[in-house]
Design a protein around this ligand. Structure first.
Ligand code: HPA
Length: 276
């Protein structure tokens, strides 16, 4: 087995030992959304620090542990706290937990984030299902030698965000009466927020929302054969749209305020997914 394969297997075994066998569905909780993991029933957790090979998250609003439990009676595995390239992690380090999920037997990964609204029809507090992304960071977790046992050298990204899962998400949102946009997420490296000119550029390129996460995980997930669903909570209008500065306090405040609705949406989605 490759060094990477061995490292993934070690992390997997540590997690199985602590949490038991993994469920089919994993959820990566974005900025301000981490407390969803605290509301799981019959939960068990393990700190990232106790898992060999895992990075440790440092961003505000991010704890650092893996929690398994039931959401709306559906078994899920939550990453409470995620890793960002702006923290100094290599994109390949961010890929590692995603690959471990795959090795655990996870089939579907739901990635959530806080994002800035680029589409002028969006409002802070809105939710957006990610249809596709634009990688404006110049970084990619698959750079370097490829391990063919994990996935192909040149993975196809034409349906990175699983169309059938998106349909399920729309159904879940509709039955809750929750408005759900669908749009394109552009990944900027951060940690500075974008400039107004960058946001005008992103809009010209077809972006509806911008953020500093998710894309490296999605690339790693597609590479290793996970089905992906991505959901953004629009926490602010992106730079230059309103005549006011963007602050991380605002991002956390809006994601906090929208947390009950976001959790309800996630619960609705996993309940529909469980019956697939
Ligand atoms: N830009 C980048 N990332 C973000 C934003 C933003 O405006 N809001 C929340 N995350």
């Amino acid at each position: 087995m490759s060094n990477l394969g061995t490292a993934i297997a070690e992390a997997r075994d540590t997690i199985v030992h602590a949490l038991g066998p993994a469920p089919r569905i994993a959820i990566v909780l974005g900025s301000g959304l981490g407390s969803l993991a605290d509301s799981l029933n019959e939960s068990r957790s393990i700190q990232y620090a106790a898992i060999p090979g895992f990075p440790r998250s440092t961003a505000p609003g991010h704890a650092g542990r893996l929690v398994s439990g039931r959401l709306g009676n559906v078994p899920v595995l939550c990453m409470q706290g995620r890793f960002h390239v702006y923290e100094g992690w290599e994109p390949s380090q961010i890929a590692f937990p995603v690959r471990v999920m795959r090795a655990l037997g996870v089939e579907i990964i739901i990635l959530t984030n806080a994002a800035g609204g680029v589409n002028l029809d969006y409002r802070p507090g809105d939710f957006m299902l990610i249809r596709d992304h634009i990688n404006l960071s110049g970084r990619n977790p698959l750079v370097g030698p490829n391990d063919e046992t994990i996935g192909p050298r040149f993975p196809d990204m034409s349906k990175a965000y699983d169309p059938a899962l998106r349909q399920v998400a729309h159904q879940a949102a509709a039955s809750l009466g929750t408005a759900l946009h669908e749009g394109v997420y552009a990944w900027f490296l951060g940690p500075s927020f974008e400039t107004p000119a960058e946001i005008r550029m992103a809009r010209l390129l077809g972006a509806d929302a911008v953020g500093m996460s998710t894309v490296p995980e999605v690339i790693a997930a597609v590479h290793c054969g996970l089905r992906v669903l991505g959901i953004s909570c629009i926490t602010n209008m992106a730079a230059g749209i309103l005549d006011q500065p963007i602050t991380s306090e605002e991002v956390l405040e809006i994601s906090e305020r929208r947390k009950p609705a976001f959790e309800a949406l996630l619960r609705g989605i996993v309940m529909q997914l469980a019956s697939l």
